[in-house]
Unconditional design. Sequence first.
Length: 210
Amino acid sequence: MNYLKSIIALGFILSLNLGCSSSKFKKNWTKTQAPETFTTKFRTSKGDFKVAVERKLSPKAADRFYQLVKTRYFDNILFYRVNPGFVAQFGSHDSTIYNAWNGHKIPDEPVLQGNDKGTLSFARGGKESRGTDLFINLSDNNRLDTLNYNSVKGFPTFGKVTQGMEVLEALYDGYSDTSMEDLDLMYKDLNAFIKKYPKLDTIYGVEFLK
């Protein structure tokens, strides 16, 4: 897959009607504002890593990430796309609350910190399309700072890996973008998706550190 196609895939967000259950989602979750700085620890099948967030870099993105961590959205989900030397992406799964979160759009924001190696950003596919899917840059991807796609410029980063980058570099990347192109299967039948891509690594949970 060439670079441009990879970027377009980065912003790809499925809009399937999955029949979200409102009993598992509360609208007031989306109103919580994040602290100006906070640190999270990711527990994964390859080990732990830490990400420090600065709200001033992309306030609405930091708020959404904080909300998702607080409500344990990331428990037991896959790094469903690991493109070697590019990105490790996560945030989509068969959860019934996926569409509910994505129904509460995040306003677009400018890029204030570049997409350097280890930085965290939301994927997007157009105006106000950031939702639950995020990626961590596995190399310096500064072309993402100014890339224009569907009338939106750049991918604003708001956090950076401060410990455990070697964990991300050890994630299984043999499927590259193939698993990303098969996301519809993950939504329809997670077990079938896992059976087809058994080596994908898992995020067991994300927690706040004091």
